[in-house]
Design a protein around this ligand. Sequence first.
Ligand SMILES: C[S@@+](CC[C@H](N)C(=O)[O-])C[C@H]1O[C@@H](n2cnc3c(N)ncnc32)[C@H](O)[C@@H]1O
Length: 268
Amino acid sequence: MYQFKITDDEFKLFKEFIYEHAGINLSEQKKTLVTSRLSKRLRHFSLDSFKEYFDLMLASPEGGERQVTIDLLTTNETYFFREPKHFAFLENEILSQWKGGKTLRVWSAASSSGEEAYSIAMLLDDVLGGKRWEIFGSDISSRVLKKAQQGHYSLQRIDGIPKEYLRKYCLKGVGEHEGTLLIEKQLRQKVSFAPVNLKRPLGNVGLFDIIFLRNVLIYFDMETKRKIVKQLVEKMQPGGYLFIGHSESLKEIHDGLETVIPTVYRKI
Ligand SMILES: C[S@@+](CC[C@H](N)C(=O)[O-])C[C@H]1O[C@@H](n2cnc3c(N)ncnc32)[C@H](O)[C@@H]1O
C-alpha cells in the first residue's frame, strides 16, 4: 500500500488545528501517529497530499470531516477499573461516608468509550444501595461517545471488572454477539453521555460531587491545563472531589483545591 509522507508545513497545520480546537499539544514525535491515522482519510477521498485533506477538512461544516479529524487525532486508550487505587479511595473514603438525601452526581470528564463511567456506576450501585446517584460522561470525540452510549464491549477488554460485578452488571453476548458484553440496562439508564470540549466554556452541566479528569491533562500545555482545571472547579460542589491520572500533576494550578492524597483533590 502506498505510504503518504507528511511535510513539516503540513504537520504544522494539523498541530495548530488540534491545539486550537481541542487544546491538544502534539509534539514533533507525533508525526508518525498523525501520518498513520490520517492516511486512511486521504485514501478515502483519493487525495494526494495532507494539504489537500487539510483544506477539505477545514471547508467541512462543524460535525463533518472536522470532527473525523478530531476523532482520529485524540488518543482514547482506556479500560475498566483503571488505576484501582482510585476506586478503593472512592469506596472507602467517599461513598462509605455519603449520607444520601440528595443525588450524588459524578462526572467522567474525558470518558472516552465509557469504561471509566461504567466502572464508577458499578461501584456506586453496589455500595450506595438505594441512595440516589447519577453519572455524566463526556468527551470531545463523537466516535467514542457513540460506543459509550451503547455500553457494548469486547470480552477481551474486561479484565479489570471484578467477577461479582461481571455477574451483577454485565450480560454476556450470545449468537452474533458472542465475544462481547453489554452493560445491564438498569445501570446504563443512570449514566448519560454528551459531547463536551473541555477547552471551551462548559455550559450548563450543573454541580458535581465528584469529577474524574483522568489521563487527559497530559495532552495539554500548562496554560490550557490551568484554564480547564479552573473551569471544572467552578462545577464542583464545595467539599467535592477531583481525581486526576496517576501520571498527571496539578502542581501550581490547584487554586481552590486542597490535596487529599496525590492525584485526589478536594474543593475548599
Ligand atoms: C486517554 S483517554 C482517557 C479516558 C479515561 N478518562 C481514562 O482515564 O481511562 C483521553 C480522552 O480525552 C479526550 N479529550 C482530549 N481532548 C479533549 C478535550 N479538549 N475535551 C474533552 N475531551 C478531550 C480524548 O478524546 C480521549 O477520549
